[in-house]
Design a protein around this ligand. Sequence first.
Ligand code: PMP
Length: 360
Amino acid sequence: TRLTRADLDSLPAYVPGRSLADLTRELGIAEAIKLASNEVPYGPLPGVVEAVAEAMLQSHRYPDMGVLALRDALAARFGVAADRIVTGCGSVALAEILVKATCLPGDEIVYSWRSFEAYPIISAGVGATSVRVPNTAEHGHDLPAMADAITDRTRLVIVCNPNNPTGTAVRKAELDRFLAEVPSDVLVVLDEAYRELVTDPDVPDAIDTYAGRPNVVVLRTMSKAWGLAGLRMGYLVAQPEVAAAIRKVLTPFSTSLVAQAAALAALQQEDEVKRRCALVVSERSRVTEALRKLNVEVPESQANFVWLPLGDRSAPFGAVCEGRGVIVRPFQPDGVRVTIGTPEENDAFLAAAEIALDQL
Ligand code: PMP
């Protein structure tokens, strides 16, 4: 007898970046540098640990299901009404909820590929069909081809900007043209998990630029620049009616007590966030240049990681780096994504990369 859906058998599992525990077990390496999950390396923001400790005194109680204080703070920060904001257990959970709120089995979801590995998984979760539009030769979204891929069955289009794992970003003129072509009954999700790291002035802030459009939802996370990956806090900005529908399918209490408290404390630290992002951006340039000197054609990144389009050499490259205690994220057979860490961590990666490239 079969207890679960047959179509899930062929679904690839989400494979997270390898942990130090994996490396210790498999290679006997006691200390490793993890550049595999796009975290910002500078620890919790000031005040966050204290806010979490205080919130813990109420941990026997359910959190505020309406997330009122935090939604008000986000609304004030972004200049939008609080009824347009929905928070969730990481932005990946919100992406999943968006799929649930828009798609029935057989409906189509259009996204670029390669992009965030969770998209195929959350699409398959509801029995929706993934329509993957190949990235351009420059590793970015092919927005005209994505517009062409929209059919009568399309309910959702996801634009990952900047794109994970390639770091490329689409600019305002291209996005304007694309959004004008998308039918008004198709929801467009602009996934801006890495927005705080964008430095190209032509790459629009989607909350400022597009959140007024009826069929646009902007997805953000506090996992990266805001340092809360372990606490799981994402948010989205949508039209009030869309936000209300999304809340209906949201898992109750999915923004935990500590996530709410930590996010409120983190929002007080925007100056520090900007300072940290500037450090990451400067290291991003340095790592990009160093890799290009090693003849790797690294595309310009607008995020906190770089993409090494190594093709078939991706998995072996990752293995050599791991053997030297640096965990990166190979996506065989396309490329390797490497998160920008501290200057010392990046130096260790560059040393490992030079050896790996020499050997392969
Ligand atoms: N979107 C993109 C593009 C991402 O890269 C990630 C994290 N890897 C997420 C969403 C999800 O982040 P979280 O669930 O931690 O908010």
